[in-house]
Ligand binder design. Structure first.
Ligand code: ZN
Length: 258
């Protein structure tokens, strides 16, 4: 059994709630698809928890932006990146701080695991955004209708299963192409031989599917379970509003999950 998290975005209340939910299910193995920082008020605390609790993490566009420079970011996201960098540079706990920068600097672009799930050998790929452009490409549910060629091209690149985050919208893409919301799947998807799937696990710290609860998945046997966890977003909103460099919009959107 293992859990996968993505897009924490420095939201400590959401991350803590999700980690509690994972502990309650007795899941010991946790992977992360990146964007640990950006937008939110607690980058240091979230980095420390991800370093401590997860087996590995891949590089997200906001982690990249903090480390190097923001590319194609809107004003709010860019300001948040600069603020995050400042906070990480100001810390006095030098040893721990070196560890945080080292962690960010060593994040791989992708992970590939071969696992035996219920007697079938499954190749699983893990990236932040897409199998073609692991850090920056958005794969939206609408692409299924608006740009089916794009989805088919992405499927050409994967062997079987690919887990992604980045859009903050959970669901399963199939090769048709087709997209299914977790609700349409009864909150779980069975991994089967011969059916490729790109599985978006949603966002812990900034859900954008009109559901304000934190999103993550866990895999038990051959089933991917979509989970939503309520958390105290009013506290996160207050913290963001108190930091001048962080955009109001990135606080208020937490209430509506948009
Ligand atoms: Zn993100």
């Amino acid at each position: 059994m293992f859990a996968i998290l993505s897009d924490i975005h420095a939201n400590l209340e959401a991350l803590t709630a999700v980690l509690q939910d994972i502990a309650r299910r007795q899941i010991k193995e946790i992977y992360c698809l990146g964007d640990v920082v950006g937008y939110g008020p607690n980058p240091v605390e979230c980095l420390d928890l991800i370093i401590e609790k997860t087996r590995w993490c891949v590089l997200g566009n906001h982690d990249y932006a903090t480390l190097y420079e923001p590319t194609n970011f809107n004003y709010g996201a860019e300001q948040a990146t600069f603020w995050t960098r400042e906070v990480l540079e100001m810390r006095r706990d030098q040893d721990k701080n070196d560890l945080r920068w080292q962690f960010l600097g060593s994040l791989p672009m992708r992970k590939i695991l071969k696992m035996d799930l219920e007697g079938q050998e499954v190749v699983m790929e893990f990236v932040h955004a897409s199998p073609r452009r692991p850090i920056n490409e958005y794969v939206f549910p609408d692409d299924v209708y608006a740009n089916p060629a794009k989805i088919r091209m992405l499927f050409d690149r994967i062997q079987h299963i690919c887990f992604v985050g980045h859009t903050h919208m959970p669901g399963v893409f199939l090769e048709e192409p087709d997209f299914y919301l977790p609700d349409e799947l009864g909150q779980s998807y069975p991994i089967v031989e011969g059916e490729k799937a790109i599985i978006n696990i949603g966002s812990v710290g900034q859900p954008r599917d009109r559901d304000n609860r934190a999103s993550y998945v866990y895999v038990d046997g051959n089933r991917v379970h979509f989970v939503r966890v309520p958390y105290d977003y009013e506290t996160t909103i207050k913290k963001i509003l108190a930091i001048e460099q962080l955009d109001r919009f990135n606080a208020e959107r937490l209430r509506d999950g948009r």
